[in-house]
Ligand binder design. Structure first.
Ligand code: MN
Length: 196
């Protein structure tokens, strides 16, 4: 049985960058539906007592389990997304992530450029990610639809949801404005530091 974790902030805490109305739908409807669907698919399933991470890793790349993978990965990705943002976030990194960004990515400005390019350039629905790659270095990447770095042996550090449901009520078709606002006002560096 998979449960939906509580939001780490109140529904109006991200305004004006993400509205409480967006959170009503994005958390209350979309994220919740992925949880409900995952539980339905787990009824009488061999993986029903496994953790969410184990379910994702076991079903990744198995076309006969695509429904379960997609829903379980979306549950995980959304929980990770809520932790990747916070009120009064964004801007320059602090702590050890700042040093790692300098060393592995060539500095904050280059990180912003590549993370924004990943988010804006993801064709259709998906996610932009900061991950630790298999060589132990930070890397910016993107995934389509429900796909997640967990399924590829990468360690997620931060994510940005670029599905239209993440921004359409607040920004309509202006995904680049949502992405810019995410970088400047929402990104949670404390969470990033806890993941490296
Ligand atoms: Mn979403």
């Amino acid at each position: 049985m998979i449960t939906i974790p509580g939001l780490p902030f109140t529904k109006d805490a991200l305004e004006p960058y993400i509205s409480s109305k967006t959170l009503d739908f994005h958390y209350g409807k979309h994220h919740n539906a992925y949880v409900v669907n995952t539980n339905k698919l787990l009824e009488n399933h061999a993986l029903k007592d496994k953790t969410l991470e184990e379910i994702i890793e076991s079903t990744a790349g198995d076309s006969s389990q695509a429904g379960l993978f997609n829903n379980a990965a979306q549950v995980w990705n959304h929980t990770f997304y809520w932790n990747s943002i916070k009120p009064k976030g964004g801007g320059q990194p602090t702590g050890k992530i700042a040093d790692r960004i300098n060393k592995d990515l060539g500095g904050y400005d280059k990180f912003v450029e590549s993370f924004q390019t990943a988010g804006v350039g993801q064709f259709g629905s998906g996610w932009a990610w900061l991950v630790v790659n298999k060589n132990g270095k930070l890397e910016v990447t993107k995934t389509a639809n429900a796909d997640t770095p967990l399924a590829h042996g990468l360690k997620p550090v931060l994510t940005m949801d670029v599905w239209e449901h993440a921004y359409y009520l607040d920004y309509q078709n202006r995904r680049p404005d949502y992405v810019k606002s995410f970088m400047e006002n929402l990104l949670n560096w404390d969470f990033a530091n806890s993941n490296i």
